[in-house]
Design a protein around this ligand. Structure first.
Ligand code: ITT
Length: 212
């Protein structure tokens, strides 16, 4: 089979390296945030809706890594997968890697209930963005933002726990009360994605050139 008959090689050969990335997610809010961040680095983002089986792990980096590997193996494409979670100090990091399950079960209201009467409202959002591509080692980029868990649910923007998280530097407004642009100024996701973007765009200029 000649290289031109091989779908992967063909895709690799014509791939705008460092300029286009496939973001594997089913969450349109995450995708929209990511697209905005990456466009600042002149990287176009395509949403790849697939659900590689998510492993159970206490570490969001391992979850993102395993999913990214599976997705790039399955598609032959350069992909990123992001795993994120809300880590609450007074709950020793809960729900952390279990944020998705906790959101679907007890939700924002449940978290506020768990913290009723608790003076320590400190918390952190963490993000791990894993990049994987055929013929390339997996890389992980991390980002985080500290803040407080609010006492009430406030704001309609964003998704998930946004209406109960007050990031540092926004005078007590929750992520739910911020525009996407404002959230992207400080969010865990935009911090991790910016690190990824710095690295990924360097592939354009050849110093890090790899065969995809
Ligand atoms: P994927 O398809 O990309 O897996 P997901 O919604 O399951 O989308 P995560 O596993 O990364 O995303 O996130 C777990 C949960 O953590 C998510 O369902 C939200 O409830 C919460 N979360 C993560 N990032 C958040 C953010 O920026 N704002 C609010 N909640 C967030």
């Amino acid at each position: 089979m000649s290289p031109r008959d091989d779908g992967r090689k063909e895709a690799g050969g014509t791939f705008p390296l460092g300029r286009l990335i496939f973001f594997v997610t089913n969450n349109i809010h995450k995708f929209n945030e990511a697209r905005m961040v990456l466009s600042k680095f002149n990287i176009a983002t395509a949403m790849l809706r697939m659900k590689p089986p998510e492993i159970q792990d206490d570490n969001i980096e391992n979850i993102a890594k395993t999913c990214a590997l599976r997705a790039s193996e399955e598609t032959g494409l350069p992909v990123i997968v992001e795993d994120a979670g809300l880590f609450i100090d007074a709950l020793r990091g809960f729900p952390g890697p279990y944020s998705s399950y906790v959101y679907r079960t007890i939700g924002k209201e449940g978290i506020l209930k768990l913290l009723e009467g608790c003076g320590d409202r400190r918390a952190e959002f963490k993000s791990a963005v894993a990049f994987s591509s055929p013929n390339c080692e997996v890389k992980v980029f991390k980002g985080s933002v500290r803040g407080m868990i609010s006492r009430t649910i406030r704001g309609e923007s964003g998704f998930g726990f946004d209406p109960i998280f007050e990031p540092e530097g926004f005078s007590g407004r929750t992520f739910g009360e911020l525009s996407v642009e404002e959230k992207n100024m400080v969010s865990h996701r935009s911090r991790a994605l910016s690190k990824f973007a710095e690295w990924y765009r360097s592939l354009r200029h050849g110093s890090n050139r790899q065969s995809f």
